[in-house]
Design a protein around this ligand. Structure first.
Ligand SMILES: C[C@@H](N)C(=O)N[C@H](C)C(=O)O
Ligand SMILES: [Zn+2]
Length: 221
């Protein structure tokens, strides 16, 4: 490719990304081969429709969190595995949408798939959803591991955002294979500086997060 064409290519690419606050990146610019399925941009989530503040399916994180994911992806690829990310930076307006949704107890369209055994009124009380989320600080991710050949997620014993005891990391009544898959995810995430939230096997926060006290609200666009 000639340098003029290269320049044009990067010029055009840069138009598809908005300007982010300093310290944040579009993760695909750091880890181009990362699989992302931003669930809150879709109907496939616990509220059953796209969430406010998610205007595109582009994953955004702090630079530090994205760099850590790059190392994790590399380590997994050496085992013919990859990461699949469901959520990263989450604006406060999205969290506020969750809070408003929770007030309408008649709206249970996706209860069967995401919280069949938890009363909707208890989702915040039981800490499956937070009113002030680590995600809004930009260094928290929800993710799993997929098989490099098939693209199928490893069996973790429950699906992403299945709110209930079966998703607690140390839940015992799952198969040895499911436990081993959870442990692999734990091990690789902890190795590169993340800590897990014990009630959700998929939720990890960078220990040395650069914005530990700031809840951001810029949209995902
Ligand atoms: C909603 C779920 N994906 C999640 O991220 N839960 C934690 C507790 C949060 O809301 O920060
Ligand atoms: Zn999460």
């Amino acid at each position: 490719m000639s340098s003029a064409i290269k320049y044009l290519f990067f010029f055009l690419i840069s138009f598809s990304y908005a300007q982010l606050p300093e310290g944040f990146v579009y993760v695909k610019q750091v880890v181009p081969d990362l699989d992302v399925d931003l669930r809150y941009y879709s109907n496939n989530n616990f509220i059953g429709k796209p969430v406010k503040g998610y205007e595109t399916d582009k994953l955004i994180l702090t630079v530090e969190a994205a760099n850590a994911l790059k190392k994790i992806q590399k380590e997994l690829q050496d085992m013919n595995l990859c990461l699949l990310v469901f959520d990263g930076y989450r604006p406060q307006q999205a969290v506020n949408h969750f809070i408003d949704w929770a007030k309408d107890l008649n709206d249970t369209v996706n209860k069967h798939a995401f919280y069949p055994n938890v009363d909707k009124r208890n989702l915040f009380k039981e800490e499956y959803i937070a009113t002030r989320s680590g995600h809004s600080k930009g260094s928290t991710v929800d993710l799993t591991i997929i098989d490099g050949n098939t693209g199928e997620p490893l069996d973790m014993g429950s699906s992403f955002d299945f709110f209930g005891e079966v998703s607690w990391v140390n839940y015992n009544n799952i198969t040895e294979k499911q436990k081993a898959n959870r442990m692999l995810l734990q091990q690789v995430m902890l190795k590169y500086g993340f800590r897990n939230y014990p009630k959700e096997w998929w939720h990890f926060t960078l220990r040395n997060e650069p914005f530990p006290k700031t809840y951001f609200d810029f949209p995902v666009q």
